[in-house]
Ligand binder design. Structure first.
Ligand code: HEM
Length: 402
């Protein structure tokens, strides 16, 4: 048997496994019939497991953590209008006041840092424990909702998981340039793979994992459909949307030197990012906030050291001054099944964030001046060259004329 014949014989005996996963929103919607956790064992590896590819997220995150945080923030605010998420958050009541919301979302952010900087496949790694903590928390909330809320249908389904997954990674792959992020195609493909891994470890089955097919165009298509849905609901959101989004924004503002965030300004950034018309006029304060963030995105895009410095500082602060303790401070919430309502963000962390924001503003202004300076020097050079060329031509004409 020749080599090509052997190849053909091998391929027919062991055909490559067909990749499964949603190709459209309709495929994902079939997941409404299933709990959002398939009880897969997180200590086993699926046949598509590739640690080297997974770990490409670590340097990517180090470089873009600041921009990704801004993306998560904007996605979260519009994401509050997602019925399934809102229902669960209102049910737990663990993020309904600014103080609670600040502690809850700082912990969420810490967990995202864990996953993006460690190994969620290795049971001895902090990232693994952190992710499985969230999975256990989800299971506990689902169980409580099932036993308390009397309504048709399942809670926290595979479909819901896909929608929330889109909130975490959608902006990164559909509109990185809007936020000023420079990323190569390969980096974005690998980021989709990273979220395929996160979904799997959270219990999402391959069939309903938004990122299963590992094909950015397919995922972008589904994310766009989900985004259209969310944009529609955000125009006529459920009654609980405002209080929940406001609690989150007020919570974040608690740690900032001045109220830099607002729900309307963030929604305006969402609509701008999605290239949709702005549904309402902004107050002058919200317009200032909106333009401030647009300015920050421009700085991210044009001054790479700005993004790197802000990302480094952000990760440094969370590593050395963690905002909350992971364990319940009064010892009532041992284990990590549900968000602990006693946790509070320490004043040390709040001070750090205030300094961080003021430093960021100064750095962005300096970056802008530096850009102006570079542009000015460039224009000066162009001007000088033009004068030199013109005067040379004039001299030649003069010599020829003589
Ligand atoms: C890929 C999908 C998802 C990811 C990556 C994710 C991520 C997280 C993270 C990091 C936390 C931890 C917060 C903490 O420890 O306090 C959390 C908690 C929670 N998540 Fe999810 N989640 C996802 C899907 C969902 C869905 C679909 C729902 C509801 C329909 C949901 C509802 C909740 C609730 C209720 C909590 C508890 C915290 C609270 O009540 O404020 N999550 N999730």
């Amino acid at each position: 048997m020749t080599y090509p014949e052997r190849e053909v014989a091998y391929a027919s005996r062991y055909p490559p496994k067909k990749k499964i996963g949603p190709t459209s929103l309709d495929d994902l919607k079939k997941g409404r019939a299933f709990d959002g956790d398939d009880n897969s064992d997180p200590k086993t590896h699926p046949d598509w497991y590739d640690l080297d590819r997974f770990e490409t997220v670590i340097p990517f995150f180090k470089q873009h953590a600041f921009t990704m945080t801004l993306m998560w923030h904007t996605s979260l605010v519009i994401g509050f209008s997602l019925n399934c998420l809102l229902e669960a958050l209102v049910f737990t009541g663990d993020s309904g006041t600014p103080k609670k919301a600040l502690a809850r979302y700082m912990l969420t952010f810490e967990r995202l840092i864990d996953w993006h900087s460690g190994n969620i496949w290795d049971p001895s790694d902090k990232a693994f424990t952190s992710l499985q903590g969230v999975r256990t928390g989800h299971a506990a909330v689902r169980k409580d909702m099932e036993s308390t809320i009397k309504r048709e249908g399942k809670f926290m389904t595979m479909y819901d998981m896909g929608c929330v997954q889109a909130g975490f990674m959608g902006a990164m792959i559909t509109m990185p340039q809007k936020f000023g992020m420079h990323a190569t195609s390969k980096e974005l493909d690998d980021y989709v793979y990273f979220w395929k891994c996160v979904g799997r470890q959270l219990g999402v089955s391959d069939e309903f994992n938004l990122c299963s097919l590992d094909d950015r165009d397919t995922v972008t298509g589904i994310v766009t459909q989900i985004t259209d849905l969310i944009e529609d609901t955000s125009l006529h959101p459920p009654a609980e949307f405002r209080p929940m989004a406001q609690a989150y924004v007020d919570g974040i503002n608690l740690s900032l030197p001045f109220p830099l965030m607002s729900v309307d300004a963030t929604l305006a950034l969402d609509y701008w990012g999605l290239e949709k018309p702005q549904p309402r006029r902004l107050s002058w304060a919200d317009s200032a906030r909106f333009w401030f963030f647009r300015w920050v995105f421009i700085m991210i895009g044009y001054a790479p050291y700005f993004e790197r410095t802000m990302s480094w500082l952000l990760l440094f602060s969370f590593k050395h001054f963690p905002p909350t303790t992971r364990l319940c401070p009064v010892g009532q919430h041992a284990g990590q099944t549900r968000t602990c309502p006693h946790r509070e963000v320490g004043s040390g962390f709040k001070t750090f964030v205030k300094v961080y924001v003021i430093f960021g503003i100064l750095l962005s202004v300096l970056s802008f001046l530096a850009c102006l300076g570079v542009a000015g020097v460039f224009m000066f050079q162009v001007g000088l060259t033009a004068v030199a060329v013109c005067s040379r031509m004039e001299l030649q004409n003069y010599v020829v004329g003589q």
